[in-house]
Structures are given as C-alpha cells and as structure tokens.
Design a binder for this molecule. Sequence first.
Ligand code: SF4
Length: 356
Amino acid sequence: MGYEKILENIRKKAAKINRPLRFMELCGTHAEAIARHNIKSVLPKNIQLVSGPGCPVCVTDQEDIDVIVGLAKAGIPVACYGDAAGVSGNLGSLEEARRNGADVRIIYDVSEVETPAYRTGRHCNAFLRTRKKTIIFWGIGFETTAPATAWAVKNGMTVFSSHKIFPPAMEILLKNKKNKIDGFIDPGHVSAIIGTKSYEKFKIPQVVAGFEASDVLLAVDMLLDQIISGEYKVQNEYARLVKKGGNKKALELIKSTFDIIDSKWRGLGTIRRSGLKLKKKYQKQDAEFIYKDLILKIRENIKTKPSACRCGEVLQGLIESTDCPLFGKVCNPDNPQGACMVSTEGGCNIEYRYEK
Ligand code: SF4
C-alpha cells in the first residue's frame, strides 16, 4: 500500500475517533525514522506521537556511569560502544577520562576481542594486544545487545553489566496516569529477540513495527483499528523479522549468562526485575565482583552535581525535548547537558539534528 493510501485511511479513522490520541514509540530507531520522514507533520492533529525510553544509553542510571568512569580513572582499561563513552555523570564521561589519559577503547562490535590478531597479540591496535581479562567491557543496552555481551562473557571477557530488559519499563509507563498513552509502537529490534508474546500481558493496543516510513504509518493505522473496535492486542507489522517467540538462540544465551535483578533507570526509577547481572558462575569475570571494594569507594565519594536537564521527563514522554529550556541554547550535540543529547538514539539529539 502506498503512503497516500495509508495516510488517507489514518485520516478517516482519526476523524471517526475524534478525540486526542497519544501513541508512544519505544525505540530510538523509530524516533529517528519519525523525525527523518517528518511523519508527525502529516498525521491528523488529534494524533500525537511521543517517544518513550527506547534509547539504552539515555536510560542508563547515573550511578552506573559514575562507577565505570571511576574505574577508568583508577587505571582499569575499559571498552565500550561509541555512544556510551560520551554520556556524562558526576565524574565526567569516559571520553573525558580518555582525554585525560585513561585507557578507554571504543569498539563497534564486542567480537573484536576475539579476532585471531587479538589472540596472537599481533594486531597493531593497543587494545587488541591487551589481555581481554584485564579490560572491562561495559555492557549496555536492552535485549538487543545483551546476547553479544553474553557471548563475550562465554569467551572470557570481563564485563560491567548495565543491561536492561524492556517489558518491565512498559509496565511502569502504563501505571503512570500522567502519561495517558493510547497505544504503543513496540520496539522493532528488542522484539526481534524477545518476540511479540512478551507484550501480550499489557492491556493496551500495540503494534510491533519496522523502521521504514510506511512501517510506522501502518503501525498508526493498525492502532487506530484496535481503538475503533475497542480491543487491545499485539499486532505484528514487522513479521519479516519478528516472530511470536523471538530468537530462541539469543534468549538462551541471555538466560544462561545473566540473572534478572532490580535495576535503576534514568527517569523511571528502580524497576523490579528489569536488569541483567552476570550469573554467579561468571563471578570472576564480573567487574562488580572483582572491583567491589573500589566500586564501593567510588559510590561513597560521589557528589551529585545539580542539573537542569529534563531528560528523565523526555524519556517518559511527559515533555517534548523542545520543552526543555536548555534545548538548542546551552544543550546541543557538541555541548550535551544530558544523556538524551549525547546518544544518536536520544530524543533530544534526534530532535536537534532534524530540526536543523
Ligand atoms: S535538551 Fe539537553 S538538557 Fe534538556 S532534556 Fe535534553 S539532554 Fe537534557
């Protein structure tokens, strides 16, 4: 179906419902697709698309950032994905620590540490010459990136895990009455791992969608159908990649490597059974265990800096990025004041780039 036809259907259905509707997308890549294709501007006025906590770097708790930066500053080599290095805590960011001499390595893929060059120590990159057990890999992200970290653990890597699992956060969003969400566009990448079955417990219209403009528009159209018929279910618009039961191999990797624990999320607070911690059998590779005394000291010495950043509200869909008084003035991608402006999947960063 072409865009015009989908839009025509959306307009007719939105007119029939004739009340304001708020749909929340739960994936940074959806936020990017919506901004890139300027989808908000073509939707009927009574449909509002808001972003949720779909950016993994953004939802990472300040304390985790402080601990990993503290470890790097204490002389322990740290490896992480690019976006994670830029996010700042009370002790600054990993990027700043690196500029001041700390051993921080940016990787694109955790399997880099398993290359033959790494094992033989012949690679010119200093990172690859360092023994993998002495480097902490900062595992960050949802079910999408957790399988790669699990693989790294099984291959001997030391890990500091800030991984989170997504559905418990959806439960919190639904409990917050201020949010008034009429439907979820469920995250595409996370769903490819956990499957549509994981969302069936939520009593709200939901559509798992892909990342093309037509995917997002079709998801809106399908949500409207559910609202008109007065039902709620999980529909799968992204069936070309997402299955009901998810990716069994990836789920097994997660399950055999991590235990589920309570976890702190920026903006959402501590969420029950929403984080992933290395199982006891991998304790000797768990940075939390290896460096427990140092981590305790770092936590005790943290002095929280006051911040006017409203990232926590942006992540819950309670305000738009542009409602933050700092947006575009003192806060921009070159001078980010909060995590939502650092990550390319962050709501403020996306809004800034596409507004420009
Ligand atoms: S614009 Fe900057 S300061 Fe404001 S909420 Fe976003 S990241 Fe925080």
